[in-house]
Design a protein around this ligand. Structure first.
Ligand code: FAD
Length: 385
């Protein structure tokens, strides 16, 4: 089945295809294609090229650099980017704090932060989770106490993705310890070079350095860096997490890996069992794509649809299923992940990347709200159970 596009939308798709395949440097696209870890420079350069063309943050209000595109066009933009092996704009900036500041921030805050956020001159980190506050985020303890024109922050965040590159962090803090859990939380924008902020690396199962702990000891934050109102951040966090969940169903990237896997499979595709695994995944991805389109089409005023939980759940399950398929295709060669890229092995490169990528993507069913928690949300808000 093919999605039929109108002549205008087909022209838009061709424009996007041309842009992504000619304007983003080949070296960056090769790194994505070869499933290598991207550098900070890759991500910054690619987002800045998109921003210069006005297409880095199309989901934002137009006065702050957004585009008045239909949901279908936004989908095409996202699909073409992934199809061309272009890194998607940094989610912390483009899908998380940018829309929150645009919706809830003061005019001064918008003017100060939105342009450098769209251009990735500021690299944002997400300071939500703590050692005892992940799924149960509202039990977070990181404390901010008002002291004149400043807040004084003490506590710890964890699992901070790419915090080693972070310039600023949007932090959920407890400002009223007496109030009911959700009611005493605020959001502060904190300069990560402030005295008392310390970033400590966490090594992941694939050997990479992707996440960190961030510690705050008597960090002084100007009160003007409070987003919206004090003790109202639970609403802002829910708004942000709904956007995050839509973003973590990367249909295009999964389709792309599945297409690559077909090439890697070669003659193995003649095996009916292998072929049926491909067909099943392709069908499921098409169903997910149609669901994603329905969800964006029904998101009123930029507010996330409750079905964003379905996208998160199914999108990450399929993403993981494809990484598993690639390990199976590599067979025993998948064990050679530590063999390095030198000429000591004549195994195809993709076999050596298969296990680290498989292990890395175990994260996908945990972050953005674990898949078990998404099932609870679906049961409550969609099925009415
Ligand atoms: C790679 C990675 C990157 C991340 N990046 C960031 C980041 O940049 N910033 C940030 O703030 N956070 C980040 N996170 C944190 C992420 O949001 C949390 O890990 C997630 O919310 C789960 O919380 P937890 O790890 O504390 O697990 P827990 O909440 O302790 O859950 C443990 C287990 O119990 C299950 N469980 C918990 N509650 C329920 C329930 N009510 N019903 C059924 N099952 C339940 C969970 O599904 C899970 O299997 C990241 C996590 C990972 C793995």
């Amino acid at each position: 089945m093919q999605l039929a596009l109108s002549a205008e939308d087909a022209e838009f798709r061709d424009e996007m295809r041309e842009f992504f395949t000619t304007k983003i440097p080949q070296e960056i696209r090769d790194a994505v294609r070869d499933r290598r870890e991207l550098t900070k420079e890759h991500i910054v350069e690619s987002m800045q090229i998109m921003n210069a063309a006005g297409i880095a943050v199309p989901n934002w209000p137009t006065e702050w650099g957004g585009q008045d595109w239909s949901p279908l066009r936004r989908h095409i933009w996202h699909e073409e980017m992934q199809r061309a092996y272009v890194p998607v704009p940094l989610a912390f900036n483009a899908s998380m704090i940018g829309p929150v500041i645009a919706q809830f921030g003061s005019q001064e805050m918008k003017e100060r932060f939105l342009p450098p956020t769209a251009n990735l001159d500021i690299w944002w980190s997400q300071g939500f989770s703590e050692p005892d506050a992940g799924s149960d985020l509202a039990s977070l303890k990181c404390r901010a106490v008002r002291d004149g024109d400043e807040y004084v922050v003490n506590g710890q965040k964890t699992w901070t993705t790419l915090g080693q590159y972070g310039d600023w962090i949007f932090n959920l803090v407890r400002t009223d310890p007496e109030a009911k859990k959700q009611a005493g939380i605020s959001m502060l924008l904190i300069d990560m070079t402030s005295p008392g902020v310390e970033v400590r690396p966490i090594e992941l199962i694939d050997g990479g350095h992707e996440v960190n702990e961030v510690w705050f000891t008597d960090v002084r934050v100007p009160a003007e860096n409070l987003v919206g109102e004090e003790n109202r951040a639970w609403d802002y966090a829910k708004f942000l997490l709904g956007n995050e969940r839509v973003g973590v169903a990367p249909v295009g990237a999964t389709k792309r890996t599945l297409a690559q896997a077909k090439e890697w499979a070669g003659p193995m595709l003649d095996d009916p069992l292998v072929a049926s695994r491909f067909v099943e995944l392709e069908n499921e991805l098409l169903a997910l794509e149609l669901t994603a389109l329905r969800v964006v089409a029904h998101s009123a005023d930029g507010k996330p649809h409750p079905a964003s939980s379905v996208l998160k759940l199914k999108g990450t399950e399929l993403q993981q299923a494809v990484t598993e398929l690639v390990v199976d295709l590599a067979g025993p060669a998948s064990l050679a992940s530590g063999a390095g890229d030198d000429a000591t092995t004549d195994l195809p490169w993709w076999t050596r990347r298969s296990t680290p990528v498989y292990l890395n993507f175990r994260k996908a069913s945990i972050y953005g709200g674990s898949n078990e928690v998404q099932r609870q949300i679906i049961a409550r808000t969609i099925l009415g159970l």
